[in-house]
Design a protein around this ligand. Structure first.
Ligand code: GTR
Length: 397
C-alpha cells in the first residue's frame, strides 16, 4: 500500500507543475508550442535593417542594451586602473615545447580591487605572435593548473599547442564565486552600484567582464596575436563566453560548448531547461529583470539567436551532446540559423544546412559552425579538436 507520506511529494510536484507550466520539463518535440521569434533585423521602430551601417548604428546597439536590461545585466563602464604582474615564467615548460606564463591582473575602481589570475602556455616552435584560445574555466581548478598534474579533455593544453595555438585560462571564481550567497564577492565588490540594481549584472556578467580584462592584458603580450583571440566556455561558462564576445569586439571568435538555456538555445522553445527553471535554480546568474519573464518567455524582447547575431561577422561555433537534451540541441542549432541573416549583411554567408547535422558530423565552415557529439554534457578532446579545425579554416592555416 502507498503511504500518505510517500504520495504527498508526488501530489505537490504535480500541482506545482500544473500551476507553473514553465517549471514542467519538456523533452518531447511534439509538445514544443509554436512561437514567434523577434526579428533580428527589425528595429524597435519597425524599420528593417538592410545595411551593415544600419546594423552597427541602430539595431546592434539596441539588441545589446536589451540583453543588458533584461537578461545579463548592465556592465561596468570602466575602471580606474589595471595592473599586470607576471607571477611565473618558465620558458621550457611541457618538455621545452611551451612557454608557461602566469599573470595576475589587478583591476582597481575607487579604492577597491579585484584580481584575476591567468595561466597560459604558448607554443615554442612558432614564428611571430600566435592565436589564442582563452577558456573561462567553470569546473575544477585542477583542469587548468600550470603544474599539469591533471590532464583532461576540459583544457587539453598539450594537444592544442601542438597545433600552434596558445592555451590560456582563468578560473571563473576569481571574478564571481558561483554561489547565491557569495557571488558578489568578486568583480561586484568594486561595482556595488551594479550589485544593487535590478538591471545590474550578476555572476555571468562578472565572468564575461573578467574575460575582457584578460583580453586587455593580451593586447600588450607580444607573444600573442591580439587580433586572433578566441573565447571558449562550457555550459555556464559557454553562456558567459557568448556574452563576452557579444560585447567585446576584440574577441575574434567564440566557442560555446553545450551552453543551453540563456546560452545558445532558443528560450521560447521551452525544451529541456527553461528560463523559469534556470532563474529559480541559479538566481545569482542573470539580472533581476530576467525573472519577470519566468512565466512569460514569449514576452521577452530578445531570444538567443540575437545574442549570436551580436558577434557577427566574427565566427561562432556552438556544440551539443547527444545525452544532453537539457541544453536543447535542436534549439541551439535554430539559434545559429536565425542569426545567419546578420552575418549575411557582412557578406559572410552561412553554409549551415536547413536541419542540424547527424551526430559527430562537425560543420566547420565559418562564420557559423556546429557539432552534436555522442555522449554527455562535457567539454572533451573531441570538442577541442573541432575548435582547432574550425579556427584553422578561418585563419587559413
Ligand atoms: C546546469 C544548468 C545549465 C548549465 C550546467 C553547467 O545545472 O542547469 O544551465 O549551466 O549546469 O554549467 O554545467
Amino acid at each position: 500500500m502507498i503511504s500518505k507520506k510517500s504520495i504527498l511529494p508526488l501530489i505537490l510536484l504535480f500541482v506545482f507543475a500544473e500551476i507553473l507550466p514553465s517549471l514542467a520539463q519538456n523533452y518531447d518535440e511534439s509538445k514544443v508550442r509554436s512561437f514567434i521569434l523577434p526579428d533580428v533585423l527589425k528595429s524597435s521602430n519597425d524599420q528593417k535593417v538592410r545595411t551593415v551601417k544600419e546594423w552597427e548604428t541602430i539595431r546592434r546597439p539596441e539588441i545589446l542594451s536589451l540583453f543588458e536590461e533584461y537578461v545579463y545585466g548592465k556592465m561596468p563602464s570602466g575602471y580606474d586602473k589595471i595592473e599586470y604582474r607576471i607571477t611565473r615564467l618558465d620558458s621550457s615548460a611541457m618538455e621545452g615545447k611551451a612557454i608557461l606564463k602566469e599573470v595576475e591582473i589587478k583591476v582597481t575602481q575607487r579604492s577597491e580591487s579585484v584580481k584575476i589570475n591567468v595561466v597560459m602556455f604558448v607554443p615554442q616552435k612558432t614564428i611571430g605572435p600566435v592565436p589564442v584560445f582563452l577558456l573561462i574555466n567553470n569546473r575544477s581548478t585542477r583542469n587548468t593548473l600550470a603544474s599539469r598534474d591533471t590532464i583532461s579533455g576540459f583544457w587539453p593544453a598539450e594537444q592544442v599547442i601542438e597545433s600552434g595555438y596558445a592555451m590560456a585560462a582563468f578560473h571563473y571564481s576569481d571574478a564571481a564565486p558561483d554561489n547565491v550567497q557569495t557571488y558578489k564577492n568578486g568583480v561586484l565588490r568594486i561595482y556595488p552600484e551594479l550589485a544593487a540594481a535590478d538591471n545590474g549584472m550578476k555572476a555571468i556578467g562578472s565572468w564575461a567582464w573578467a574575460a575582457s580584462r584578460v583580453m586587455d592584458y593580451f593586447q600588450i603580450d607580444r607573444d600573442l596575436a591580439a587580433n586572433k583571440i578566441s573565447v571558449v566556455g562550457h555550459s555556464r561558462g559557454g553562456k558567459a563566453a557568448l556574452w563576452a564576445a557579444a560585447q567585446d569586439k576584440r574577441f575574434a571568435m567564440c566557442f560555446s560548448n553545450c551552453s543551453g538555456n540563456t546560452g545558445a538555445a532558443i528560450s521560447r522553445r521551452n525544451f529541456g531547461e527553461t528560463v523559469a527553471r534556470i532563474n529559480i535554480t541559479f538566481p545569482h546568474w542573470f539580472n533581476n529583470n530576467y525573472k519577470k519573464y519566468n512565466d512569460n518567455v514569449n514576452a521577452l524582447p530578445v531570444d538567443q539567436h540575437m545574442l549570436i547575431s551580436l558577434i557577427a561577422p566574427r565566427p561562432v561555433y556552438t556544440t551539443n551532446a547527444s545525452e544532453d537534451l537539457w541544453a536543447d540541441p535542436t534549439g541551439s542549432y535554430l539559434s545559429l540559423k536565425k542569426a545567419a541573416p546578420v552575418f549575411a549583411l557582412y557578406g559572410e554567408t552561412s553554409t549551415l544546412p536547413q536541419t542540424a547535422p547527424a551526430l559527430d558530423t562537425p560543420l566547420l565552415q565559418p562564420p557559423l559552425g556546429y557539432h552534436n557529439r555522442t555522449g554527455q554534457h562535457d567539454l572533451t578532446f573531441y570538442d577541442w579538436k573541432q575548435f582547432v579545425r574550425f579556427a584553422n579554416v578561418y585563419y587559413g592555416n
